[in-house]
Structure formats: C-alpha cells, structure tokens
Design a protein around this ligand. Structure first.
Ligand code: GLU
Length: 307
C-alpha cells in the first residue's frame, strides 16, 4: 500500500533524526567552525535526517553585524544548506523568559547578587580541601541586602548532581555539577540570557534529537542535560568532535585570529576538514562538491557505525 512516509526505509528521510549547526555570529566562518558544521551535516545525511542552522545571536554585545549573513552565505558556497529556514536566537527572547518563569514557579532558580570579584574572593578564602571553582552558593539563602544581578539554577546535592552521558565520539562522560560547577547562571547580570538556557530551550523547541559539535562544548553538556531534566524536555544524543588547534595548541577561534575561509576554494577546506575528522575518502582530494559529500557521508557512516 502506498504511504507518504515509510520510516526507516533506505533512501528516505529518517523521521526521528533532527540535527543542527549553531554558530555564534562573532565573525566569519573559520576552519574550526567548518569542522563542526561538516560533522553535523554528515551525521544528519548519514542518518537521512534533517539538518538545521541556528544563529546564536543571543549574546547581543558579542554579535558582529553582518557576520550571520556571511556565515550562511559561506555555508551555501560550501554546499551546506539547511532543510528549514535558519532560526535566530534574538527572536526567541520570549521563550527564554517563559522557561525562566517556569523554573521560578518551581522554585528551581534564585536571584544572585554576587559580583565576579566577590565570588573569586570567597573561593580564595575557602580553606576546605575540596575547594573547587564551583559557585559557592552564597545567595542560595537570600541576597543579604544586595541587589539581584543574575538568576541561578539551584543544583541539587548528592547523586542528582552527578550527570553521566555517553558521547558518541568521546565515550562515557561524568561531571558532578555540585562540586565542579555549582549553581549556574541562566540570566546574566548584564541582562542577557545565558547560552546554557538558550541552547536547551532552542534544541527542545526544534525537536533536535542529535547534537554534533566541537569538544570545547563538552564541559557545558552536563549543565544542559541537568537543565533539560528541570524543564522536563528530552535529552538528545551527543557527539563532540576534536577541536582544531593552532601551532601553539590553542583552540582555533575568532578571538585568536583564525582566518576566514576562502569561499572560492571550498573543496580544499572541506577535504582538510574531512581529514581532521579522520575520514578516509579513498583519494587525497575529492574533485567536486557532489563527490566530496557522497564519499564523506559514506566514510562518516562507516566510522560512526551509522546504518
Ligand atoms: N554557538 C556555539 C558556538 O559557536 C555552539 C553552540 C552549540 O553547538 O551548542 O560555539
């Protein structure tokens, strides 16, 4: 019997897979972000799923005018076009507020009046052997007469604070949020929404099932999983690819001068990105975008065990 959707059949879209690439528009796409974009694209294609793009311009002061359009144009030149119109975090402020209000109603967040300096000082003066850089919880019991600056999520003590997840590339990960992070900020003192809140609300609203991104974000994942549980939304599968480092061993970023990609030479950069991901494309350089993506998708599916 003919049917519109035959879930899982070869060649058709995987109905359960929705992935995304979520660049921050703080500058043009560079080689490090191309690697993340390519990995998320290949994973979506290998699963015959949907690939979305989200412009993470939640952090107003860090957003560079024109950078988002530049990133989208470069992705297109490189042959990566999203299956749905891109989503802009700057247009979703009402959703972040709703999420914070839901957490407020549940008593899961509290206002914090600490300045950075006060937090640093109290950590310096704490003599406990277990002292870490976690927020010490000063404002859990009230603002102590200080004005509210930020909103923090209350992290429960004990086993509830231990987040364990299976990363598809890096293996089992564990973080104790109470001792390693502490109550973390959702609404910043400068009146901006924190990345952790925006990313969790956006991924949940977009029905993202698989997150593929750079390993520099590994450290945020436990916080995001904890927040998903507080908000009662699903936890996607995670895969963190190795970050690209410069000659000094620092992560390539716009801040340390990573150069923009040459949009006239997409194949050279794409082949180099595939090599960084350890993909064996049979020949040194695939000569056309079509052949590159066909070979790279196959190599990714084999490497990651996607069938
Ligand atoms: N916007 C983040 C970045 O460019 C990525 C966020 C994510 O993939 O969760 O580093």
């Amino acid at each position: 019997m003919p049917s519109g959707r035959q879930g899982g059949a070869r060649g058709l879209m995987h109905p359960a897979y929705r992935g995304r690439f979520a660049p921050s528009p703080t500058g043009p796409l560079h080689f490090g972000s191309l690697v993340s974009a390519l990995a998320s694209w290949l994973d979506a294609r290998a699963h015959r799923g949907a690939w979305l793009v989200r412009i993470e311009d939640v952090d107003g002061p860090r957003t560079v005018p024109g950078a988002a359009q530049d990133i989208l144009a470069t992705l297109e030149r490189f042959g990566m076009v999203a299956d749905e119109p891109p989503l802009w975090q700057s247009q979703r402020m009402a959703r972040y507020r709703e999420a914070l209000e839901a957490l407020q109603a549940g008593g899961l967040v509290y206002p914090c009046g600490c300045t950075r300096k006060e937090i640093a000082d109290s950590l310096l003066h704490a003599h406990s052997r277990n002292t870490t850089l976690a927020y010490p919880g000063t404002c859990r019991s009230g603002l102590h007469g200080k004005p509210a600056r930020a909103w923090r999520l209350r992290v429960r003590d004990g086993d509830a604070a231990v987040i364990r997840f299976e990363d598809r590339w890096q293996g089992t990960q564990t973080q104790n949020l109470a001792t390693e992070v502490g109550d973390f900020v959702l609404r910043r003192a400068d009146d901006q929404w924190a990345y952790q809140l925006a990313v969790v609300v956006d991924d949940a609203d977009a029905g993202i099932t698989h997150i593929v991104r750079g390993a520099d974000l590994m450290d945020s994942t436990a916080r995001q999983i904890y927040l998903q549980r507080c908000l009662g939304v699903a936890t996607p599968a995670y895969l963190h690819v190795p970050v690209v480092v410069n000659d000094q061993g620092e992560k390539l970023s716009k801040q340390n001068g990573a150069t923009a990609l040459d949009a006239r030479e997409p194949l050279a950069a794409l082949n180099a990105a595939a090599r960084h991901l350890g993909l064996d494309l049979n020949v040194a350089e695939q000569p056309t975008l079509e052949r590159f993506y066909a070979a790279a998708t196959l190599a990714w599916a084999q490497k990651m065990g996607v069938r």
